[in-house]
Design a protein. Sequence first.
Length: 252
Amino acid sequence: MNQTARATWAQCKSEMLRTARNKRFVIFSVMMPIALFFIFTGTMNADATVDGTDWIPYYLMSMTAYGVIGASLTSFAPRIAKERAQGWIRLLRITPLPSGSYVLSKIVAQALINLVIIVLVFSVAGLSKGIDLSAAVWVESGLWIWLGGFAFMALATLVGSMRNADAVQVLSMILYLGMSVMGGLWVPTATFPQIMQNIAKWLPTYRVGQGAWNLVGGRASRMGRLRNIGCLCARFRDNIVLYHEKAGSGVA
């Protein structure tokens, strides 16, 4: 492993450690989705369905997406803003670490954290309720939600470029909770008034949830899956380009 790779990996580990120590991350991205899952699946009829999908696996996908989106927004954006305010980017420019390595370490660290969230929520919530899904559906739905997290990392990059770090923290939380509720992650959009249902379909939170709901409900065609995953991979590419531009201009 060459020096650049070692430096990148060291930075990546540092990012993951910092996030794991963040109480806001633990509460909103890990504990809260699991708690909400048990509350809503415990108080509603276990035999209920939403658009033909069994309620318990449906809501598992909702809460898993909720956790990943929360980590991508409420921990990623404030961290970017704080480092920018502290002049961390400018400091890195005088070190041997290439700017590309710094960008890559940020994205890889958050992607690994999102993967851990998916595994934790699937394991704790899914296994405790005895959810019976095929291995392919578990993997595909987890992959879909994981890739969806990159779109919210791109949004977090934009939010984190604001000059006021305190405002970034508040705005990221408002976006997180607002889009999650409006996008049908807390309660199905079928319970909304028609105008709210129409609005929900334009939100990225709804799209991430919809892909997973279709997978567990057996409504996703293979070509549709490939097309949707391709779109999210494009978001991943855009996220790297955007963050690299921000870091290079010193505004990240």
